[in-house]
Write a protein that binds this ligand. Structure first.
Ligand SMILES: [Zn+2]
Length: 136
């Protein structure tokens, strides 16, 4: 059971639609309506956002506020806040869903599977009982 692939067909709507070249992270921040943009928290240097097309319940994305292309470009304070907010997100997901585990990854670059190739994110998905998840 733990070797099953995660299939999230509801993501096809997002995967197949044409991308407008806009950075969804910067657009959500600029829109000014955090609830509508699924922005859960704004920190000093990073923010937490729900994935509109999640692989599983609790799929959140933690990103720098600044549009930078790689993790290597983050200063130490931003990198620390990225991981601190990731830890806080895991605690919230743990309290809400009680998962057996998590998948945490960093998307950087188009081949990483992330849909935004030049705004790195740390993603956290809950892993349900006997389910193996793979997040972009
Ligand atoms: Zn951006």
């Amino acid at each position: 059971m733990a070797e099953q692939r995660l299939w999230a067909p509801w993501r096809l709507e997002y995967v197949k639609r044409p991308k407008e070249g806009e950075c969804i992270f910067c657009a959500a921040l600029a829109a000014g309506d955090d609830a509508a943009g699924y922005v859960l928290h704004r920190g000093r240097r990073c923010f937490v956002m729900l994935n509109a097309f999640p692989y599983t319940s609790g799929h959140v994305m933690v990103s720098p506020l600044e549009h930078l292309a790689t993790i290597a470009q983050l200063d130490d304070e931003t990198l620390l806040e990225l991981m601190t907010l990731t830890r806080r997100s895991l605690a919230a997901i743990r309290e809400t869903y009680g998962p057996e585990g998590f998948n945490i990854g960093v998307n950087q670059g188009k081949v990483s599977g992330g849909s935004v190739e030049d705004h790195p994110t740390s993603t956290s998905c809950r892993a349900g009982a006997a389910t193996r998840t793979s997040c972009p």
